[in-house]
Design a protein around this ligand. Sequence first.
Ligand SMILES: C[S@@+](CC[C@H](N)C(=O)[O-])C[C@H]1O[C@@H](n2cnc3c(N)ncnc32)[C@H](O)[C@@H]1O
Length: 275
Amino acid sequence: MKQTYNELHITPSGEYPLFLDLIMSLTDEAIEEFNGTLILRSENDLEMVLFGAEAFAQELSKLYGKEITLETKMLVKENEDWIAQYRNSIQPLDVGNFYIHPSWLSHREGKINIIIDPALAFGSGHHETTYGCLLLLQKYVRPGMTLLDVGCGSGILSIAARKCGAIVDLCDTDEQATQSAQENFALNHENFNGIWTGSVQKRKFEYDVVVANIIADVLIMLASDLKKAVKEGGMLILSGILDKYIDKVEQKFSSMRCVEKYQKEEWFTLVLQRN
Ligand SMILES: C[S@@+](CC[C@H](N)C(=O)[O-])C[C@H]1O[C@@H](n2cnc3c(N)ncnc32)[C@H](O)[C@@H]1O
């Protein structure tokens, strides 16, 4: 990309459609039409287009026996690097020992680095619910534990758990999410044990830790399957719970012992232990 581009404005005093046709025949660039002005933008030289339009105006004036004039303006403008601007808008994030950053930013020494590039799947780390799960995972996950991530989205939680030494399975009902999670595992040079499109019911094992950051209604619907997925003495980390639904969720999971309740803004994350 060049540093600058040219912008040509042509406003004919008459015969506008003929000038539009002429300019379309002189260039492949897109033409903007604004209040009787034709605007062309190009990194290439536009002098020939200007010259052609002026010559055409003179010829038309002769042909019609009346003066057809052009108001013209040639500007040189700075090219914006939109991709760079977009990239600059994506901020890295510290969550306890984790440092979450996109692939174009460098690692931070002394931190557990997690690379997540923006994509369609949920889970950049910035949402309060993901943040809560990340904080609690680093507190409760130990090397060698098994973990199931239900509703994996971008895979951020299972990547984090893997980086803490867990053996991880993950699933999501959305195929785009499982696809994105696999890409993010590869980006982080990490591996998972199993991944599937679907939910907790498709699991084959019981786990030391199950994490599910889904909305309250879905957690309630999945309650029995989520509880069964946890080994005796194991932990269930639930998030995606708005404060107004916390009582309802706690009641539904009351057969488990509440070990920790973390709140960030209006979002709760619960750590429950199976007896
Ligand atoms: C809020 S996102 C969480 C993403 C990621 N785990 C995080 O913490 O950032 C919830 C994810 O759950 C998935 N989901 C919704 N209902 C589900 C269900 N019944 N079983 C499994 N996943 C589900 C959605 O497709 C979505 O990717």
